[in-house]
Design a protein around this ligand. Sequence first.
Ligand code: G4P
Length: 528
Amino acid sequence: MNQTTTDRRTFAIISHPDAGKTTLTEKLLLKGGAIHLAGEVKARGQARRARSDWMKIEQQRGISVTSSVMTFHRSYEGEGDLTFNLLDTPGHEDFSEDTYRTLTAVDSAIMVIDAAKGIEAQTRKLFEVCRLRDVPIITFVNKVDREGRDAFELMDEVADMLALDVCPMSWPAGMGGEFEGVYDLVTNQLHKPTGPSKEFEGDTSQHSGLDDPTLADRLSPRALERLREEAGLAQAAYPAFDIEAYRAGHLTPIFFGSALKQFGVEEVLGGIAHYAPPPRPQPSDDGEISAEGDEVTGFVFKIQANMDPQHRDRVAFMRMVSGTFKRGMKLTPSGLGKPIAIHSPILFFAQDREIADEARPGDIIGIPNHGTLRVGDTLSEKNVVRFTGLPNFAPEILRRVVLRDPTKTKQLRKALDDLSEEGVIQVFYPEIGAQWVIGVVGQLQLEVLISRLEAEYKVDAYLEQAPYDTARWLAGDAAKVEAFMAINKGSLAKDRDGDPVFLAKSAWDVGYQAERNPDVTFSATKER
Ligand code: G4P
């Protein structure tokens, strides 16, 4: 591979709210020299907590177009000048299918875990999405400056809950009140806090190994004894780092640190630089497409709509897979069939949105459009390949849509079809009954739906609780699927493509039916 296809690191951070994603993002951007934006991320974090009305959502969405992709540059020995593309995975109440879809556009991810809490629900969900495509994961156990759980317990939890091999890359010398620093097991360096704030400000010493006697000058006898014992045991008990196993998604290197106090941040970024894969080949209906290919290809993984009803423009986020994109180039979206000229693409640089002149594999381009581009579209020069592996994800919130004016049924159907194609919601048409069901993975999507129905389609509707909790696409032995459908008509629906969907009352219900119908597959994803 040549440098032009290996100098990109496109990654995301996955975590549960409050684990420290915003703080780590900020610190990574500082390391990459994008100080200005670091403040913005912080501001967004605060706005996000306070947000409650449309004004704020608009504001947030306005900002989040620029912070959706954060790009920064840094040189590393042996790697050259690298460009990092950090893709934001919206969390909190703006958690949505976009959060999942963003993970289809990255080559690797950092999983941030709170040392006091371990693997939490949202981390686990996001991890499962990464696993669908074997996205390699670097784990960052955050907040070691606070009282946390035992390091071994945390490592074992990652290994057991996620079925991954784990490999310690660093080890904390004490935690919480007894925190004295972090020992880097790769370089044998000890990083210590400085001053009253106990931050890492560059106080590093080089050692020959854990048994180096000079460590005694740096740590209290108690902390040193514990570090030697624990880190020694950890190195013996867990597999050594193996880059191939990591890149195949089987092993996760674990770094301990504190985003707030700047411990471990440098190491994690170094991990992305040295170990994370450069732009990976992407699966398509014509085999894998490598970043080395000459033809410009990419796929749309997210659409951001402008919330202002006066402006119907949208930004489609395209992940570049191959070729060198130049402004003004004509690309054909698979959903449209005829080429469009891309005159004013947005390339995301750390300081500002800038007009892109050139983008390469791994980069993200924002393409303003009026609804011509859909999530899952392939864009290419020759219009031959179609990228695969961009699934729909089973919704976690289901609601019935109720019209206030029953004469608007046709408009509602069109709106739901459009919005589901754009990727805002999923729509299900039950076999029995006239009320359509929509599904989302995040609460905010419901508000977006109602607002857009009103603003763009002049449809006055509201949402009602549905007696379902989740949905599963049915597949498998045709006769068995038919038989299942025949006796479960009350829980069946068709999605917008006419594919059969089981609307389940609970996760337990899914498990129960799956057990009783071993020849039927109840799938939580569907290839678009
Ligand atoms: P999120 O984006 O994953 O939701 O988490 P965020 O970075 O906003 O961090 C959540 C809280 O945890 C913040 O505190 C943040 O300061 C704190 N935090 C993050 N990393 C560390 C760490 O390494 N050590 C310690 N001790 N705390 C950490 P907050 O009080 O909720 O917010 P703020 O008022 O500081 O913004």
